[in-house]
Write a protein that binds this ligand. Structure first.
Ligand SMILES: Nc1ncnc2c1ncn2[C@@H]1O[C@H](COP(=O)(O)OP(=O)(O)OP(=O)(O)O)[C@@H](O)[C@H]1O
Length: 236
């Protein structure tokens, strides 16, 4: 089974370790929730896993292939795609061109096919192919951001705060897609401010505070013992 093995990873932001010796394994077909207060280091972890931020120490392997400190496109090709916080789409480009741009590096026919698959998942985007991404609603832009990750046909998706600022209906729509992707075998790292949503969907839950994991285990334990989460938020 496919897995991402993160081993003792450290990431520096300025003069502090935003991620401090963190170890975590993501598995194919599983939703792994990562919860924690603002500033805990969750986004720094995602950016380092995606190759955008440099790694200070430790390793990341995808199915035994060392990808830490590799270029973002190498990591993407190895099967890991990030949906960074804040639905960063190319606002001046059309929906279609945003998706094609995400397929850069693939043969044109392969990219076209992957883009068609994204339209299958999100008919909302198919209806808006020619629309400028920046003129869409926040929810539609978030669908596009997830669609851009899917164009790479990733084995693993890192979803950073996808629901931020979106209506409950859109969040439900996005989470439905996340669950379906997991059922089809994609491994998901789900970072969520709405902890109750993440805990309902996740197979495993982790709590991060000050760059470290303070809890790893069954989501049900965090539901039964909310103090574990509260302590992490107070410690930050
Ligand atoms: N661009 C930056 N330059 C320097 N330090 C940063 C930068 N961005 C974040 N940090 C610091 O890195 C640490 C981890 O922040 P990070 O954004 O990874 O946390 P987070 O858990 O994702 O929180 P949030 O949900 O607010 O994004 C914090 O101390 C933060 O102040």
């Amino acid at each position: 089974m496919s897995r991402v093995v993160i081993n003792n990873l450290s990431v520096r932001r300025g003069n502090k370790l935003a991620v401090d010796n963190l170890s975590l394994t993501l598995e194919a077909g599983k939703i792994t929730a990562l919860l924690g207060p603002n500033g805990a280091g969750k986004s720094s972890l995602v950016l380092a896993l995606a190759g955008v931020l440099p790694v200070e120490g430790g390793t990341v392997e995808i199915d035994g292939q060392l990808v830490s400190a590799k270029a973002p496109e190498v990591i993407r090709a190895a099967g890991l795609a990030a949906v960074p916080e804040g639905h960063r789409v190319l606002a001046g480009l059309s929906v279609h061109d945003n998706l094609l741009a995400a397929g850069f590096g693939h043969k044109a026919s392969v990219a076209e096919e992957a883009v068609a698959d994204v339209y299958g998942i999100f008919p909302e985007l198919a209806e808006r192919k020619a629309q400028k991404a920046g003129s869409m609603s926040g929810g539609q832009q978030q669908m596009l951001a997830l669609g851009q990750a899917l164009v790479a046909r990733p084995k693993f998706i890192l979803a950073d705060e996808m629901s931020l600022g979106l209506s409950p209906l859109i969040v439900k729509r996005l989470m439905g897609v996340v669950v379906k992707l997991a059922e089809q075998g994609t491994g998901i790292l789900l970072i969520e401010q709405f902890t109750h949503i993440a805990l309902k969907l996740a197979d495993e839950a982790n709590v991060m505070s000050r760059g470290r994991l303070t809890f790893s285990g069954a989501p049900g334990k965090l539901i039964d013992e909310p103090d574990i989460l509260h302590r992490a938020y107070l410690a930050q």
